[in-house]
Design a protein around this ligand. Structure first.
Ligand code: OSB
Ligand code: MG
Length: 368
């Protein structure tokens, strides 16, 4: 299909409460949305690298410029048949997976809408209903966390992910484990530690975590392999897996037992599927993560999560947990306890509410 026009929006989406992790405390999520037109049909993509390069080296204002000046011009007027075609045309830019992802996702949504197919089916999903988990950031007190976890467990969530950072660490986790001895729990360190912390990780190793997510540097594989060799708890790589090659190398090095796949972090759904398939062949299980995208980006994540090697509940949440209201419609909602169902309408099933998009846009460009 010929790509006739691309609109790029950089938006700031206010959170209902600050999201606190090892890479900072945020009250607003900065995201980039792309609308891609072919003939009379539009597709939407979204990628949320956030406003500050604290999770990865990318940030929303930079991604906006990369898309506007270097990526979108390579697609306009072109006939693009497959996701691989998109990636080839974007390959002249090194790295910058979040910027590439916004375009790649818009292409997939557009392709699905043109075929009048739900995105999850176009991606090769098996069942539109998937497991989703509960996640908790750093809180005011351990008592607050215990109370919130109690509610989540009572609501039927099958696993809980806890943000972990210096000062909100072993004491917190020990208290949680004491209170919930059988719950499936894992921690996400967002690259806050080094190999000098191996003693702490060996103590965590006794607490029966389902996995330890990204303990070490954001782009590291070797130190993770060294740490993994000293632990029985599987590590999960998030930040470090930015491409198919990184996933292959991580598996080869035995740097982890799990791989988290976020469409944004790996450059889009095309690469997310390739990583999923590689991991499936290698016997490495995966799960889908997110970046607090609006319902457009989250719907893409949900469609991805229908693929068969995603066997741990995804980081996809009801919109109201973060946004009141969500920038995009319809909002993300549970379809059953700890479950969400990918949309059966053509495409990803969501698009921005025009008024909210206008209110939250910091920068917009229309490219033809
Ligand atoms: O590391 O998985 C991450 C959100 C934004 C940026 C990075 C991450 C996350 C999450 C999302 O952990 C899940 C959550 O809401 O806790
Ligand atoms: Mg993570």
């Amino acid at each position: 299909m010929r790509i006739d026009a691309i609109d790029v929006y950089r938006v700031a989406m206010p959170l209902v409460y600050p999201f606190r992790t090892a890479f900072g405390d945020n009250e607003v999520i900065d995201s980039v949305l792309v609308r891609m037109r072919s003939g009379g049909v539009y597709g939407w993509g979204e990628s949320a690298p956030w406003g500050v390069p604290g999770y990865s080296p990318e940030f929303a204002a930079g991604a906006f410029v990369i898309i506007r000046d270097f990526l979108a011009p390579r697609l306009l007027g072109e006939d693009v048949q497959t996701g691989a075609d998109i990636q080839i045309r974007l390959a002249h830019v090194k790295g910058n997976p979040f910027a590439k992802a916004a375009l790649d996702l818009a292409w997939w949504d557009l392709a699905a809408r043109r075929q009048a197919k739900p995105l999850w089916q176009l991606l090769g999903g098996a069942d539109p209903e998937v497991d989703v988990g509960a996640d908790f950031g750093v809180m005011e007190s351990v008592d607050d966390l215990l109370r919130t976890m109690e509610t989540a467990l009572a609501a039927g969530f099958k696993r809980t992910k806890l943000k972990f950072r210096p000062g909100w660490d072993l004491d917190m986790l020990t208290a949680v484990r004491r209170r919930f001895p059988d719950a499936v729990i894992h921690i996400d360190c967002n690259s806050a530690y080094t190999l000098a912390d191996v003693d702490m990780f060996q103590q965590i190793d006794q607490l029966g975590m389902a996995m330890i997510e990204q303990p070490l540097m954001h782009d590291d594989l070797l130190d993770h392999a060294a740490l993994q060799a000293q632990l029985k708890t599987p590590l999960c790589l998030d930040e470090s897996i930015t491409s198919l090659d990184k996933a292959r190398q991580a598996i080869q090095l035995r740097a982890c037992g799990w791989i988290n796949i976020k469409p944004g972090r790996v450059g889009g759904l095309t690469n997310a599927i390739a990583i999923h398939d590689l991991c499936q062949g290698a016997g490495v299980p995966c799960w889908v993560g997110g970046m607090l995208e609006s319902a457009v980006g989250a719907s893409h994540c949900l469609a991805l999560a229908t693929l068969p090697n995603f066997i741990y509940p995804a980081d996809i949440f009801p919109s109201e947990r973060f946004y009141k209201p969500d920038l995009s419609e319809p909002p993300m909602a549970l379809s059953a306890p700890s479950r969400m169902t990918a949309s059966n309408t053509p495409g990803c099933g969501a698009e921005p509410d025009p008024m909210r998009l206008e209110q939250r846009t910091l920068e917009h460009v229309h490219l033809v």
